[in-house]
Design a protein around this ligand. Structure first.
Ligand code: PLP
Length: 404
């Protein structure tokens, strides 16, 4: 039997059109974008085109797009890059962030960063009152993901942006008294970052409508190649000037040849960036229709699961969630066992987030939502994607009955 893959939040296959766009950049147009000759110019033009496509998708300016080697790296660049501007900065994050934020924040405690972790409700939504109360004049950054990778639950990003902005405006005078390096900067802090890795495919991620200063996306979650991420960084043109020499509100986390506006040195992954360009272009043309299509299939899958297991419960409501995500718990069922049994029948689903799925620890996201260890350990996640069909969902439901 052909396998059925229902784990698209973990990885997506690279779209054939993406592969085709990438191929010449492995062999024919292999130049280094930093070289002055025509080989270099062709590679540089391809990177420029990708920067423009992604900037346009985010409603940003092209020098504000910084290519990285992954979303993990982009998230780390935000936290490590801001830390270099502040003595003892406070960084406010939610309890359900991806490990690339949570663990980076914990690592930075040794650099005197003060991470504050804001709880979420039973539905998986951040507590806005607690977030507001945590803001103080030492706060350099607020980072809250747009949609969670395990539950798909969508956070009120525009509302958080409003809270951060209000605080920022009310705090300008207080800040002037603090001898921060930021005194020399034309930016007001705290900055607001969102990890939009899971959201980008389905939700509007234009940075002005969200009100964010930094935003992370990843190629590998949108049918592009692995090993490429991008960080949007709100920036200012140089004093009195225009052009690419921007002033950024964060510093580089690594040193080198000064690529990517000096924020991410290292020769650009040109084929990967070209693939990312094409993948973003495809998302932009398909977003609305595809969201509706997978949402209908997801709801159909849930009705089917409820017929087999009437006591199954979703983790978080189905309302404020990505259209392709179903995260649920079946009382008295062992999640890992179900996963293995389904895998033996050729069906791939997940019991947690991709990056921590190999661990048997209970999900930190479900624990943060107030669920007990058993539920946090034994819940299952289905995430649908472009290749998912009703035939596949029917086959999954049939197999699920059999596995019982
Ligand atoms: N952020 C979110 C929300 C994710 O889901 C993931 C990966 O699953 C990442 C960040 C990290 O992405 P990558 O593994 O491409 O670095």
């Amino acid at each position: 039997m052909k396998g059925i893959y229902l784990d698209y939040a973990a990885a997506t296959p690279v779209d054939r059109r993406v592969v085709e766009a990438m191929l010449p950049y492995f062999t024919k147009d292999f130049g280094n974008p930093g070289s002055l000759h025509s080989y270099g110019q062709r590679a540089s033009a391809a990177v420029f085109s990708a920067r423009q496509t992604i900037a346009s998708a985010l409603g940003a300016q092209y020098p504000e797009i910084i290519f990285t080697g992954s979303a993990t790296e982009a998230n780390n660049l935000v936290l490590r890059g801001i830390m270099r501007r502040f003595p003892k900065p406070r960084i406010i994050i939610s309890a359900i962030e991806h490990e690339s934020i949570l663990n980076a924040a914990q690592d930075l405690v040794q650099n005197l960063v003060d991470p504050v972790i804001i709880p979420v409700s039973k539905e998986g939504i951040i507590d806005l009152k607690k977030l507001k109360a945590a803001l103080n004049e030492h706060t350099a950054l607020v980072s809250v993901m747009y949609a969670n990778n395990e539950t798909g639950v969508i956070q009120p990003i525009a509302e958080i942006a409003k809270i951060v902005k209000e605080y920022r405006n009310s705090n300008i005078e207080t800040r002037k008294k603090i001898p921060f390096k930021i005194q020399d900067s034309s930016f007001e802090f705290p900055l607001f970052h969102t990890d939009a890795v899971q959201a980008f495919q389905y939700l509007d991620c234009t940075v002005d409508s969200l009100g964010v200063d930094l935003l992370t996306i990843s190629s590998q979650k949108i049918y592009g190649p692995k090993g490429v991420g991008a960080l949007y960084v709100r920036s200012n043109p140089p004093a009195g000037g225009i052009g690419v020499n921007r002033e950024y509100p964060i510093d580089a986390a690594i040193s080198g040849g000064g690529q990517e506006g000096g924020l991410r040195s290292g020769t650009e992954n040109v084929p990967g960036i070209v693939g990312f360009d094409k993948a973003v272009e495809l998302v932009e043309t398909m977003r609305e229709k595809e969201s509706q299509r997978v949402c209908e299939l997801r709801d159909y899958a849930w009705q089917g699961i409820k017929k087999i297991f009437p006591n199954a419960q979703t983790n978080g409501s189905l309302k404020d969630r990505l259209p392709n995500n179903l995260n649920f718990y079946i009382p008295k069922m062992l999640g890992e066992k179900m996963l293995v049994a389904l895998d033996l029948k050729g069906i791939a689903i997940s019991s947690g987030s991709a990056c921590s799925a190999r661990s048997i620890d209970p999900s930190h996201v479900l624990l943060a939502m107030g669920f007990k260890n058993d539920r946090a350990k034994n819940s299952l996640r289905l995430t649908l994607g472009r290749p998912t069909t009703k035939i596949e969902i029917d086959a999954f439901l049939k197999t699920l009955t059999g596995v019982l």
